[in-house]
Design a protein around this ligand. Structure first.
Ligand code: NZQ
Ligand code: ZN
Length: 389
């Protein structure tokens, strides 16, 4: 563990079949008015909406609602929430949904009392320090993958600017508590489920493929990758397998609650490309990551060869006998590709809604970070996009 770190995560997790029973007690820690933030129809058709409303009322709180939060939540939707917070003096923002809903809730939280500048410009474009009051956020998770339930991430899409921008806010913006009942994910369609599994795997790989060493964090990442692969296979066979769905859920939380980044530099280049892909196509986040990952890793693997060899052996069980290091590394990436196909993961940008004329615009607007094994040139981003078109 070569790099120094400080670790703190303030989110209380209530995990399991009975976890919703914790909600009423948690609500007693906050003021009178709850802003309930949710998506389009999933929580109404599952009945969760009615249960949550009943608990909030039984706790003696008033409810204000922001519905219709879409995947890749927009700046305009976030600002609708800001208006509600100001009008109703909201004391807690309760997000019920997936990463988009929770990210939107955090965006509302930091923007509601941002008076001096447009909040998107200030926090998501100029990355200024958070210096205004925030409204506490909490979550009930229904779609798994982003880790937003236990981190400070908030990814907001400004449609006018064609900019899908991510920002990690400090711990006082993390959800105060998150309720994780794996049974809520039984209704998530297979397409979304595997998209979420790949999002988890991508978070792990973004943090894994950064140095040649092997600290404890690398061992943790390998275990989480193996658990994600195994449990995705089980859940594909039986979507109502509680153990598989609960492992998938907890893997996702651990993959981005900062534990798996400790003492590591981190890459995040695949995410940067996907964000702009998402801004142009509105694709499912995990599917976009999957499409980009294979050409990206095949482009950079030789710069981090030993780590890719280790990935092949530890995660995919590639037998090194008779293979050069190059062959082992590539066999690991081939195994990743085969797994994607097995799960029905989409790896073509065309299928995700991209058109040829979008590709140069996506490449030009992608932020190049340079923390991975190789700092990309802008034309290499375009090559990656062409390769998975
Ligand atoms: O709109 P509804 O009806 O709610 O349907 C949603 C949505 O269509 C559906 N869904 C959710 N729970 C369900 C369900 N359908 C059936 N049963 C349920 N129980 O799932 C669809 C997708 O939901 P969404 O929240 O968009 O998915 P996800 O959790 O993958 O979130 C993606 C967003 O998170 C950002 C992504 O960029 C994207 O904008 N990310 C956030 C991160 C963070 N905060 O740290 C990190 C990630 O890397 C990622 O960038
Ligand atoms: Zn992600």
């Amino acid at each position: 563990m070569e790099l120094d770190f400080s670790y703190y995560n303030p989110t209380t997790i209530h995990f399991g079949k009975q976890s919703l029973t914790k909600l009423e007690g948690e609500l007693s820690n906050y003021g009178d008015t709850v802003l309930l933030v949710y998506g389009r129809n999933a929580i109404k058709s599952s009945g969760l909406y009615d249960e949550v409303i009943a608990i909030i009322k039984s706790a003696g709180k008033r409810v204000v609602e922001l519905s219709g939060v879409m995947p890749n939540p927009t700046y305009d939707k976030m600002m609708e929430g800001v208006k509600l917070v100001r009008e109703h003096n909201v004391s807690l923002i309760l997000a019920v949904g997936g990463g988009s809903v929770i990210d939107c809730a955090k965006g509302i939280s930091v923007s509601a009392y941002c008076e001096d500048q447009d909040p998107f410009q200030k926090y998501w474009v100029e990355f200024k320090d958070l210096d205004n009051d925030v409204v506490p956020v909490a979550s009930i998770l229904t779609m798994v993958g982003t880790g937003s339930e236990m981190n400070g991430g908030s990814v907001i899409t400004h449609e006018g600017l064609k900019n899908k921008a991510g920002r990690v806010f400090p711990p006082h913006v993390y959800p105060k508590f998150s309720i994780l009942n794996p049974e809520y994910t039984y209704t998530v369609p297979q397409y979304q489920m595997v998209s979420g599994v790949f999002d988890t795997m991508s978070h792990l790989m973004e943090q894994y493929f950064t140095d040649q060493g092997a600290n404890t964090t690398d061992y943790v990442i390998e275990s989480l990758l193996k658990s994600s692969i195994h449990n995705a296979r089980v859940a594909l066979q039986n979507p109502n397998d509680y153990e598989a769905r609960s492992n998938i859920m907890w893997n996702a939380t651990l993959a981005l609650n900062t534990i798996t980044g400790l003492s590591k530099t981190q890459d995040w280049q695949v995410h940067m490309i996907e964000h702009q892909l998402g801004a142009y196509t509105d694709c499912a986040h995990g599917m976009g990551l999957a499409a980009i990952s294979l050409p990206y890793y095949r482009l950079i693997y030789s710069y981090g060869l030993d780590k890719f060899v280790r990935f092949a052996a530890q995660v995919w069980g590639i037998d090194p006998q008779g293979k050069s290091k190059e062959e082992q590394a590539l066999a690991g990436l081939d195994a990743l590709e085969a797994f994607m196909k097995e799960c029905g993961i989409v790896t073509s940008l065309q299928e995700l809604g991209a058109t040829q004329d979008m590709l140069p615009k996506i490449a030009e607007s992608t932020i190049i970070i340079g923390n991975g094994y190789k700092k990309l040139e802008s034309n290499e981003v375009l090559d990656i996009l062409q390769a998975c078109y």
